[in-house]
Design a protein around this ligand. Structure first.
Ligand SMILES: NC(=O)c1ccc[n+]([C@@H]2O[C@H](COP(=O)([O-])OP(=O)(O)OC[C@H]3O[C@@H](n4cnc5c(N)ncnc54)[C@H](O)[C@@H]3O)[C@@H](O)[C@H]2O)c1
Length: 344
């Protein structure tokens, strides 16, 4: 399998699809052979740019036996149906975040991956960044001691025009939520990855500034299973939009992150040395600023996982964790009570 060329297809040719396409074309032994979008102009121009075939009906694309891996870049609520159909037809799947917008759908995807013996990988590209890998490593090794506080502040800006730019944006049916389910999920994933599993949440979610069904602002208090506590704040409604801040505190040290860089590194006896990497743009007020490097690394990880018959870096089970925290936050706000994640 050493020299096998892996054929990729992308479903959904919108904002995030170019990250997948660039990630594929910059990967050795990977080739983008087809794309699908229900909007003909989008499918056609994307295919022209990347010199591949295009389809209007994703099921026709899935009929092609030469496709090994399908990257799903459609509105979030459509990921499960498309991922399951692709796995059923023998394709491995890389899905954008959130993998699904309900736990039942996420579980169905995980079951399909087992049943059809296909790999299912979720995109949380920040997990590939040296900054976050380093923090995960030192916190896991106990370098800041017993964990005390883990906080994420995600004060972003998305205009009403952003929400109006796609019928699905800001809807329960297809976005599955707002400031947390769409934008905040990346840092919520990082928090639980680094701090450990969340046990319970108490939250307020509100729609304060945008004409959307879902929340544009949320605050949650968390208790991690290891006893640490923390805060999540997420909004898409503050001007001008700020880089997120992540704060990790243990009894022996602290690490503060501002955007994609370390603002304070107070880790006793551990010098901060990061692998060099291409700078990642700020998405505080511009969702298009996200670079393709993280997507490329997860695409390369999928190829390696197939070749070595191992799990991808971010499996369905991993992808589900941040989703579960966010759904617990929504439930807590709705029911005005603390929600224990194990009861979901
Ligand atoms: N990883 C990241 O940082 C990141 C950033 C942005 C978006 N996303 C995720 O990517 C997904 C897409 O977001 P986007 O901003 O690119 O949205 P978008 O609206 O720009 O693109 C979605 C595309 O899917 C197409 N589509 C809709 N229904 C389809 C169907 N049945 N078959 C084929 N194509 C269909 C639409 O026509 C559109 O071109 C979402 O799940 C979002 O959460 C991830």
């Amino acid at each position: 399998m050493g020299d096998k060329v892996f054929n990729f297809a992308i479903i959904g040719c919108g904002v995030i699809a170019p990250n997948h396409a660039e990630g594929i074309v910059h990967t050795p032994n990977a080739r983008l052979v087809a794309v699908a979008d229900i909007v003909e102009e989008k499918a056609r121009s994307f295919a022209q740019k990347y010199n591949c075939d295009w389809y209007l009906d994703y099921k026709e694309l899935l009929d092609r036996p030469d496709i090994d891996i399908v990257n799903i870049c459609t509105p979030s609520g459509l990921h499960p149906e498309m991922a399951i159909e692709a796995m059923k037809r023998g394709k491995h799947v890389i899905t954008e975040k959130p993998m699904a917008i309900t736990l039942e759908q996420a579980d169905a995807m995980i079951s399909a991956s087992k049943e059809y013996k296909r790999k299912l990988a979720c995109i949380f590209q920040r997990r590939t960044q040296s900054v976050f890998k380093k923090i995960k490593e030192v916190v896991s090794q106990g370098a800041i001691g017993k964990l005390i506080l883990g906080d994420a502040y995600m004060k972003y800006f998305r205009s009403q025009a952003y929400y109006d730019s796609g019928d699905w944006r800001g809807t329960w049916a297809l976005d599955g939520g707002g400031a947390l389910m769409n934008q905040g999920i990346h840092c919520i994933d990082l928090m639980q990855w680094i701090m450990g599993e969340v046990g319970s949440v108490f939250a307020y979610t509100r729609t304060l500034a945008r004409r959307i069904e879902v929340e544009d602002t949320a605050v949650a208090v968390l208790e991690y299973k290891n006893g640490a506590i923390g805060i999540i704040e997420g909004t898409t409604s503050v001007v001008p939009g700020f880089d997120h801040r992540l704060e990790f505190h243990g009894v022996d040290g602290s690490i503060l992150v501002d955007g994609e860089r370390i603002a304070r590194w107070e880790v006793p006896g551990v010098e901060l040395k990061l692998e060099p990497e291409v700078t990642v743009g700020s998405t505080a007020s511009d969702p298009r600023a996200v670079g393709y490097r993280g997507h490329m690394l997860l695409i390369q990880d999928m190829i390696d996982a197939i070749k070595n018959n191992r799990d991808p870096l971010i499996t369905g089970e991993e992808g589900k964790k941040a989703l579960k925290i966010i759904l617990a936050i929504y439930k807590s706000s709705k029911e005005r009570k603390e929600v224990y994640l194990d009861t979901l």
